[in-house]
Design a protein around this ligand. Structure first.
Ligand SMILES: [Zn+2]
Length: 309
C-alpha cells in the first residue's frame, strides 16, 4: 500500500486534482475557469460528453459543439486530461455508445483513461449496484422510489449494456466520494479492483464538492494546510456549472483559495497521472470484500446524512 509515507515526485509535498463534471456548464464558463486554473499551473481532469443524446437529462455542452470541442482540445494540448463523463448527457444504447467512444478517439487521439458516471441508464455499476449485501439493502430501503435501480451499463443483454467495451478501453472509474479533502486517507488502496464488478478495471474515490457550497466546505485554508501536512492526495469531484458563476463571473472565494493552493509545493497533475503513480507504487490491487464493504458503509452513512454522491 502506497500510503502513508508516500514520496511524491519532484519533491512535491502532496497531490491535488479535480475530476470535473460538465453538468449545467456553459462554454464561456469553461473558458473562464480553465483559463484561470491553467494560468495558476493546475493540470486537472476535464470530464466531457462526446455526443448529443436522443433525449437530454442535463444541460451542459457536448463535443458536438465545435467551439467547445476546440477549447477542450486546447486544454488537452496544455496538459489537462480529458476524461469521459458517459458519452452523452442522456441515456444511450450500445450503438450510440460505440459511436461516442469512436468520437472520443477521433477528437482526443486515444481512449479515455479516467471516467465518472453521469446518471444515465448506461451508467456502470451505479445506484444500488454500487453496493453489496447489507449496505445495498439499507441503501435500497433509504432511497426507495428515488430511481436507484435504473442503471444498466453493466447488465449484459440490456440495450444499454457496454461493460465489455468499458473493460477494454477505460482504466479508472470513480466510485465513492467522501468529505475529507485527503481522498487517499479515505481510500488508501486506490485505485483498486473489485472482483464483484469486473467490467471496471480499477476504481478511485473522490472528495465530495458537488457545487461551490460544498467546495467551500471542503477546501479551506485549514484543510489545505492539513492535506499538505499529511502528504496526502485529493481528487475533488465537482461541477463548475453549479453555483461557481452565480455572481456573474468566477466566484472570488474560489479564486482566492485556488491561488493560495497554487503557491504550495503540491503535485497538480491530472487524475490519470496521480492514479498511475499510485499504481506504480504498489496500489492497483484487488480489494478484499471486508475493506470494500467497510468503505462503502462509511460512504453510505455520509450519503444518508449529507446527500453526497
Ligand atoms: Zn453529470
Amino acid at each position: 500500500m502506497a500510503h502513508p509515507g508516500i514520496v511524491w515526485p519532484e519533491g512535491r509535498k502532496f497531490a491535488f486534482t479535480f475530476f470535473e463534471d460538465p453538468d449545467a456548464q456553459s462554454v464561456a464558463q469553461s473558458r473562464e475557469v480553465y483559463g484561470f486554473l491553467s494560468d495558476l499551473g493546475f493540470r486537472t481532469t476535464v470530464g466531457v460528453w462526446t455526443m448529443e443524446p436522443p433525449e437530454r437529462n442535463s444541460g451542459g455542452p457536448t463535443c458536438q459543439d465545435h467551439a467547445y470541442r476546440e477549447w477542450i482540445q486546447e486544454l488537452q494540448r496544455r496538459g489537462f486530461e480529458i476524461g469521459l463523463h458517459s458519452v452523452a448527457p442522456g441515456s444511450m444504447t450500445r450503438e450510440g455508445i460505440i459511436e461516442g467512444l469512436a468520437a472520443f478517439r477521433e477528437y482526443f487521439g486515444g481512449d479515455p483513461v479516467t471516467f465518472a458516471n453521469h446518471y444515465n441508464a448506461d451508467a456502470m455499476y451505479w445506484g444500488a449496484n454500487r453496493l453489496n449485501g447489507l449496505n445495498r439493502a439499507i441503501y435500497k430501503a433509504a432511497m426507495f422510489g428515488r430511481g436507484i435501480d435504473r442503471f444498466f451499463g453493466d447488465k449484459r443483454g440490456h440495450p444499454s449494456f457496454w461493460g465489455d467495451l468499458f473493460q477494454e478501453r477505460i482504466r479508472y472509474c470513480r466510485n465513492f466520494s467522501f468529505r475529507d479533502l485527503n481522498t487517499l486517507k479515505e481510500c488508501p488502496m486506490m485505485p483498486y479492483r473489485d472482483p464483484d464488478r469486473p467490467y471496471v478495471n480499477l476504481w478511485y474515490s473522490a472528495a465530495e464538492a458537488s457545487n461551490l457550497t460544498s467546495f467551500l466546505e471542503r477546501v479551506t485554508d485549514e484543510s489545505m494546510d492539513q492535506l499538505e501536512e499529511e502528504g496526502g492526495a485529493s481528487i475533488i469531484y465537482t461541477h463548475f456549472g453549479h453555483q461557481y458563476f452565480d455572481s456573474g463571473s468566477l466566484d472570488p472565494r474560489f479564486k482566492k483559495l485556488m491561488t493560495r493552493l497554487s503557491k504550495k509545493n503540491g503535485w497538480f497533475v491530472p487524475v490519470k497521472t496521480l492514479l498511475g503513480f499510485l499504481e506504480a507504487h504498489g496500489n492497483g490491487k484487488t480489494i478484499s470484500a471486508a475493506d470494500r464493504d467497510s468503505m462503502a458503509r462509511r460512504w453510505l452513512w455520509t450519503k444518508l446524512r449529507y446527500g453526497t454522491s
